[in-house]
Write a protein that binds this ligand. Structure first.
Ligand code: NAI
Ligand code: 15L
Length: 268
């Protein structure tokens, strides 16, 4: 049966706000969780992932969890450790203790960020490409994927980890022409990940059906995801404003883009 009640962590964030708007039309009853208050949602649970008691009460009785909460950019290791590594561990422990059987984990392209991006006729990057995190942030997503595998094998919790590209209302950079996930396709993909009859841990890339796509969407399509959007209508304007990606520029050479080259102090 399709899950109905879904705990949405990170509900106050950019993606959480988009999904709060879009997922109810798929029939979900969302329970909201974030350390920041969720605007317009007085019933949202305001707590840190470190608050294991509140977290356990939050997951109690839900059919599935869409885990978006965490630091979403590079930060210092200590902060990443607490929010993304320990926070995701706390989430899985709560799910195990309360018998939740399905998690959708917001992984990121930055788990494989140092992978050279395809150019010309190069093949799309397969989901099996070795992980090459570009930041402590990307490393925390590798941890989350491995944690999901452990809780699948040991505790029977099924997870779909979605290595999201860039999910924003519109693509705003030339790189995003390749990695954009439109919000509507994001909702389609999360819906597929919440309902597909998978067992164990599955990793997929998450983007729209972009003409300039860099990675293989076959694993996401196997879940039933059928993307409807393509960033190409934005291409002419973005290319004329910003120029095409220069392959000799190290911040344009890899999937992770500028995450690979930003100075270590950025943006602590
Ligand atoms: P965001 O930074 O806008 O939202 C993250 C939310 O998590 C915030 O509202 C924050 O208060 C909450 N949060 C952070 N630490 C927490 C903690 N310890 N306890 C409770 N809540 C906490 O990020 P965005 O863009 O909405 O991303 C959501 C998730 O998707 C993140 O895990 C991010 O890494 C992942 N992702 C997002 C992409 C995108 O294009 N938006 C791309 C790839 C991955
Ligand atoms: C991410 O993982 C970030 O959370 C998001 O803010 C974007 O920077 C995205 O990757 C990206 O690669 O564009």
């Amino acid at each position: 049966p399709a899950p109905r009640t879904v705990l949405l962590t990170g509900a106050a964030g950019g993606l959480g706000t988009l999904m709060r708007g879009l997922l109810p039309s798929y029939g979900y009853d969302l329970r909201l969780f974030d350390m920041r208050p969720v605007e317009g949602a007085p019933d949202a649970i305001t707590a840190d992932l470190a608050d294991t008691q509140t977290l356990r009460a939050a997951v109690r009785g839900v059919d599935a969890i869409l885990h978006l909460a965490g630091i979403s950019l590079e930060s210092n290791f200590d902060k990443i450790l607490r929010a993304n590594i320990e926070g995701t561990y706390n989430l899985y422990e709560a799910a195990r203790a309360e018998g939740v059987r399905r998690v959708v984990f917001a992984s990121s392209n930055h788990a494989v960020g140092y992978t050279p991006r395809p150019q010309g006729d190069d093949p799309l990057i397969p989901i099996t490409t070795p992980r090459r995190p570009d930041t402590f942030y990307g490393l925390s997503k590798c941890f989350g994927e491995d944690l999901a595998q452990l809780y699948a094998d040991r505790h029977g919790i099924d997870t779909v980890s979605v290595r999201i590209g860039s999910c924003f209302p519109e693509p705003t950079t030339v790189r995003m022409l390749s990695v954009w996930l439109s919000p509507a396709d994001g909702a389609r993909l999360f819906h597929a990940a919440l309902t597909a009859p998978v067992s164990g841990h599955t990793v997929v890339y998450g983007s729209s059906a972009n003409t300039r796509l860099w990675w293989d969407l076959t694993p996401a399509r196997a879940l039933g995801y059928s993307p409807q959007d393509d960033s190409e209508p934005f291409a002419a304007r973005l290319l004329s404003e910003q120029g095409d990606l220069d392959p000799s520029d190290p911040s344009h050479a890899n999937l992770g883009g500028a995450f690979c080259t930003e100075p270590p102090e950025w943006p602590y």
